[in-house]
Write a protein that binds this ligand. Structure first.
Ligand code: PLP
Length: 448
């Protein structure tokens, strides 16, 4: 045991993982070697045991959060961390993280202020809402809205919207946890305003409308416009809550004009249509950190903010710092500084030129590759199905799974996708600054 743990080959991992963790790994590797030998296998040598311990230790070190190059073409990839942050957000996080800040203090008066007030006012101004409350994510936003407005009462939802957004976020379950009772109306494919109108009673707390972020009901289908539901809600004096998800706050660039994404409603459009509260993510099309917002009528937002649950769901100071910097960029109209918008705005010609350059830089190694049209996606549960035109490097002549695995285990790891027996590396979600790295990673993987 001591000879394994103290082996010179393990000095590196002893330094990074710590001797205790290396000892634990050594114990399990030795136990495995012993049972393999007892079962009739040949006994492992000291060198073999040490190598196995080192491999496991290195795998453990790689297992934490590590930057990757996203060549999947999916801009808001939930598994890869959704929206990359603007440089200004990163700088503001760095400036706030290591010391003290004005998180709950007004410097001009020296008096305590409400946490997040600056970002909340800025966001309310941007989307044209009476007020905004910021929470940990959109799931928290929906939960807070429903539990504040509707605990112990009824929420009316169309049967076509009793959906799962992903990661266990199922509308009926969220409603149940908020303490509200679900009243289903209409059918899976068709729901009319009258269906809602008939279900409204004295126990009704609100109407809930869920945006079809990751699914589509087509064919013999119908649902009222948001503005029609808003008129009904207003005439019966109950609030209309919209779970929007996407968090779009500007017009999308011409590059996606003919895609389905062009029909993604903005937060402003939902408020103008008459929704009393709109819940959305800030790490989807808004392009910020993980956070959720509820925007809408001031007295309703205030009720949410004053609910004890808001304290449990509140946003941390680093995310707030990041949100403030994104808001600055929107105020200045500097969309190109927000990575999600920069990636979406890239022209197909520009992407094709870059992929050609990747191939040229690979020389002989890139012989079995071509530049192809591909379909990226916005992803992130935000019209996940809506394709965004893109360009990819398509590599043939190698088993694609093996190549994909080699690229994943490199540093930085490159994540592509295997389609029709070839590996596709999509340029839509790759930053131009990463071109050099992707070429180097490909060189290593193809040369092996
Ligand atoms: C993405 C999404 C959610 C979940 O938002 P998170 O920020 O991931 O918690 C909820 N509802 C809709 C409609 C969404 O698109």
């Amino acid at each position: 045991m001591d000879r394994v743990v103290d082996a010179p080959e393990l000095s590196g991992v002893r330094g990074t993982l710590g001797k205790k963790a290396v000892t634990a790994l050594a114990r399990s590797v030795i136990a495995e070697a012993r049972s393999a030998a007892l079962a009739g296998g040949s006994p492992a040598t000291l060198a073999e045991v040490v190598t196995r311990v080192r491999e496991r230790a290195e795998a453990r070190l790689r297992a934490g959060l590590t930057p990757v190059i996203n060549a999947t073409g999916v801009i808001l990839h939930t598994n890869l961390g959704r929206a990359p942050l603007p440089k200004a957000s990163i700088e503001r996080i760095a400036a706030t993280a290591g010391g003290y800040s004005t998180l709950e203090l007004d410097l001009s008066t020296g008096v305590r202020t409400r946490r997040g007030v600056h970002a909340e006012l800025g966001l309310a101004e941007l989307v044209g809402a009476g007020d905004v409350v910021l929470v940990n994510n959109n799931a928290a936003a929906v939960m807070l809205a429903l539990s504040t407005l509707a605990a112990g009462r009824e929420v009316i939802v169309s049967r076509g919207e009793l959906v799962e957004i992903g990661g266990g976020f199922r509308i009926p379950d969220v409603l149940a946890r908020s303490g509200a009772r679900l009243v289903e109306v209409g059918t899976t494919n068709r729901t009319r305003v009258d269906d809602y109108a008939r279900a409204i009673g004295e126990r009704t707390a609100c109407l809930l409308r869920v945006h079809p972020s990751n699914f589509k009901i087509s064919g013999f289908a119908e649902r009222p416009a948001l503005s029609e539901l808003a008129s009904l809600a207003q005439s019966r004096r109950i609030p209309l809550v919209k779970d929007l998800g996407g968090g779009l706050v500007v017009d999308l660039p011409a590059s996606v004009a003919d895609s389905e994404l062009a029909r993604e409603p903005s937060v402003q459009a939902c408020l103008r249509a008459g929704a009393d509260l709109v819940c959305f993510s800030l790490d989807k099309l808004f392009g910020g950190p993980q956070a959720g917002a509820v925007a809408g009528r001031a007295e309703l937002v205030k009720a949410l903010r004053d609910d004890p649950m808001a304290r449990a769901l509140r946003l941390d100071k680093l995310a707030l710092a990041a949100v403030e910097a994104v808001l600055d960029a929107y105020r200045r109209g500097a969309l190109s500084e927000i990575p999600v918008h920069a990636l979406l705005a890239a022209s197909l010609d520009g992407l094709a030129r870059r992929v050609d350059e990747w191939r040229a830089a690979l020389g002989e190694l890139g012989a079995a590759s071509e530049t192809v049209q591909s379909e990226g996606a916005i992803g992130g549960g935000t019209l996940a199905e809506a394709p965004v035109a893109s360009v990819a490097l398509r590599i043939t002549g190698r088993p694609p799974e093996i190549l994909a695995e080699r690229l994943r285990s490199g540093s930085p790891a490159v994540i592509g996708r295997v389609v029709d027996g070839a590996l596709l590396l999509d340029a839509r979600s790759v930053f131009p600054e990463e071109d050099r790295l992707i070429v180097a990673a490909l060189r290593r993987a193809l040369a092996e």
